[in-house]
Structure formats: C-alpha cells, structure tokens
Ligand binder design. Structure first.
Ligand code: PMP
Length: 427
C-alpha cells in the first residue's frame, strides 16, 4: 500500500514550489501513484479506467513490461548524450522508424519533445525554401516555444510572443466551420493567404491530421489534398504534426496523414513514440535533411540510448500486440456506442474522430451549438466517481477527449459508455 504524502500535502508543496500556472483535472485532484496498462491507481488503491492516458503519452499501456524492461536494461548498460560516440540503439531505432514511413521519408532527427520537433521542422522548412512564412490552422496546437507558440492558434495557450511570418488559416472544422464538410472551400483560404499575405512563396504549412488539444477536430474531407497542391505551387513544404495522431492511434493507419492521400515533406512526432519517455522526432527526406549540414546541429539528449531503446520497444509492442488493429476495432465499436448515446441525449452535439482518438462535444443547444461548460465538468466528475478518467479540451473546453492507451478492450469501451450514460442521465 501507498505510504507517501497525502494529496493535501502534495497540493501544498505544489502551490509553494511549482509553477502557479499548473492546473489539475477535478476539484479534488487525484493522487495517482501506480499505473498498469489501461488502469491507474490512486493513493487509496482505487482503480480507474484511463481513457485519456494515450494523449498524455502512453500508447502501449501504462508501465508496459516490455518497455519498462528495455528501459531498465539500457539504463544499467549505458545512458549518455546522443553526440560524440557511436551507439547502436539510436541507429537501430531510426531504421525501424523510417520503415514505418512512406516514400523517401527516412532521415530522422531525434528531440526530447513535440515542441522541439515542430520548432526544428519549421526551421528546416525555412532553410530549405529560403522563405519565412508558415501557415498553420486556427485551433491548432503545436507547442510552447516561440516558433511553435506562434503556430499554435488558440489564445488560451499563447503568450505575447512575436510571431512574424505566421498566418492562421480557417479551420476546416466539419462541425463548427462555416463551410461544413466542404474541404475544398476551406482550402481556398490557404490559397488566399498566400496570395494576399505573402510574397507568393512560403516556407511551409503545418497541421495536425486530427486536432488534439483543439478538441478532436478532423479535417474536412478533401481539404488536405487540395491544400497540398496549393502549398506545392507556392514552393512550401508540408509538415504533418503526428504528435497525437501518430503511432497507430487512428486505427485505420499508422499515421494520421495517411487517411488523406498525401505524403508530407516532414513528419513530426512525440508523446506515444516513447510510451511516456521524453522523446520526439522529425523525419524528412535526405534532400531536405541536407540543409542542416550548413552549420553544426546537435541536441544533447535527443535520441539518447535509453529513450531510443524505449522507442524501439514501443514499435515492437505495437506490432506484436496488434495495437493498430485493436485501435481500429475497439475504436469503431466505441464510436458506434457513443453515437447511440448521442441519439439518447440532446446535450451531445457531435461525436467524431477515428480509432482511439475520439471526441464528444457537449452543447446546451444543438442549433446554436452553445458550449455546455458546466455540464461537462459535472459529467467528468461523476465519471471519475464511478472509476473512469476521461480528458477534456477544445477551444471552448466542452469536448470530451477519449484517447485511451491502445490496449483498451471492447469491455472497457462498454464500461466507459455505460458510465458516461449514467452520468448524463443525472444532469
Ligand atoms: N503537437 C501537438 C499536436 C500536441 O498535441 C502537442 C502537445 N500537446 C505538441 C505538439 C507539443 O508537444 P510537447 O508538449 O511534447 O512539447
């Protein structure tokens, strides 16, 4: 049993010694002390079904034994900087990762986070094209350093950074966007931004295949392929931010962009790549990668032996346990059940997403799409009381984000929906 400090003691220290901007889920935050696959355990030993751990980095399951064993073994053997000497872990994992990507995408730069990966990707695009303008989507989240915060387009996550050269295009949001599901109409906005807001040439376009922080927003059909040809005409590179949608999460494909019939010039990743270990990566073509030879470029810990060994173990687990197929089968089943719930409750305005990256948007009025902010907090709290943890997000904070570890089962999906049903029936 747990014998550490109480939640109140931790909260007191947190208030005194940690960032005042840190936030927790729930009025009475949980003190989570153990994790095992799709479950989390609090300090009293109570078990929770974790339907949000996927986004918080875990794809194989909390403390997956193969990944843990790999990390322990490599830590006992050697942990060091990535630079200076040869080590097989980094090159073996780079080779394995490259084999998961299409076309000529096979040169890997490792980083420690998603932010670093996107910063590097945007710098590479600027160097390769000689241009400075980057287009990103409204409602996007790409990171919290200067460049990525500029590309991020939700005021909740932006400080007053100088964001020269960033243009935020209309979000091709099928639920809230003015053009509904007509992807080509939204794509015209990217064309217009380039024509009216730049020299006519751009460094690149960055987007998430499914917006995560933004509330599980899928890109309207036809959008990405139309935008792809527009940015190619403007000489720009297409950067696909797969930090949330990558690593088999969408079920139908290993990468989110693959359901849009386009091949990016640069792919960025983090979170699920290491099952909780700090790791990120940028993958591009040999030709584009050449730009970084103009100067020296290194990252002390990006791709260190322990993290890359963990990443390699994750790829093997995804394959061995058929987690992509599981995300597809369980995700489709879960989405079906959530859609049935939508028929039952007026408050559910939209159910969306792919695989095990699903969103449920709550509105108090289906016509006006008024965000049901108080209600979502209530349902979330009730679900916690019944032993289910779910995420929340979206620009208005009214979207349930359902992104469990990929080992989530059909029984878990049933339990999840039954609990949500019960909580909603009490509103
Ligand atoms: N891109 C996306 C799509 C993300 O969701 C996030 C994190 N929420 C990031 C980039 C930044 O990753 P990190 O927090 O690891 O810097």
């Amino acid at each position: 049993p747990y014998s550490g400090p109480t939640a109140d003691e931790i909260l007191r220290k947190r208030k005194e010694y940690l960032s005042p901007s840190m936030f927790c889920f729930y009025d009475k935050p949980l003190n989570i002390v153990d994790g095992k696959m799709q479950y989390l355990f609090d300090d009293s030993g109570r078990r929770y079904l974790d339907a949000f751990g996927g986004i918080a980095t875990v794809c194989c399951g909390h403390c997956h034994p193969d990944v843990v064993q790999t990390i322990v073994n490599q830590t006992k053997k050697l942990q060091h900087s990535t630079i200076l000497y040869l080590n097989n872990e980094i090159s073996d994992f780079a080779e394995a990762l490259a084999s998961k990507l299409p076309g000529d995408l096979k040169v890997v730069f490792f980083t420690n986070s998603g932010t670093e990966a996107n910063e590097l990707a945007m710098m590479i695009a600027k160097l390769y094209t000689g241009c400075n303008d980057i287009i990103s989507l409204r409602n996007a989240y790409h990171g919290n350093a200067a460049g990525t915060m500029g590309a991020t387009a939700q005021c909740n996550w932006k400080f007053n950074v100088v964001q020269t050269g960033v243009h935020h295009a209309m979000n091709p949001d099928p639920y809230r966007g003015v053009f509904g599901s007509d992807g080509e109409k939204y794509a015209k906005d990217v064309h217009d931004l380039i024509q009216y807001g730049t020299s006519g040439n751009i460094a690149g376009f960055i987007c998430e295949a499914i917006q995560g922080v933004g509330g599980i927003v899928e890109l309207a059909p036809g959008y990405l392929s139309a935008v792809h040809s527009t940015i190619k005409k403007a000489g720009g590179l297409f950067i696909s931010d797969e930090v949330q949608s990558g690593f088999a999460r969408t079920g139908s494909h290993f990468w989110g962009f693959e359901s849009h019939d386009v091949v990016p010039d640069i792919v960025t990743m983090a979170k699920g790549i290491g099952n909780g270990i700090p790791l990120g990566a940028v993958v591009t073509t040999p030709e584009i990668a050449q730009v970084l030879t103009r100067r020296s470029y290194f990252n002390t810990f990006g791709g260190n032996p322990v993290c890359t060994a963990a990443g390699h173990a994750v790829l093997k687990v995804i394959e061995k346990e058929k987690l992509q197929e599981n995300a597809q089968v369980v995700g489709s089943y879960l989405k079906e059940r959530l859609n049935a719930l939508k028929d039952k409750y007026e408050i559910i305005g939209d159910v969306r997403g792919r695989g095990l990256m699903l969103g449920v948007e709550l509105v108090t009025d289906r016509q006006q799409k008024t965000p049901a902010n108080a209600e979502i907090l209530h349902v979330m709290d009730q679900m916690k009381e019944m032993g289910v943890l779910v995420g929340k997000g979206g620009f208005y904070g009214n979207v349930f984000r359902i992104t469990p570890p990929l080992c989530f089962t059909k029984e878990d999906a049933d339990y999840f929906v039954d609990v949500m049903d019960h909580a909603m029936s009490k509103i």
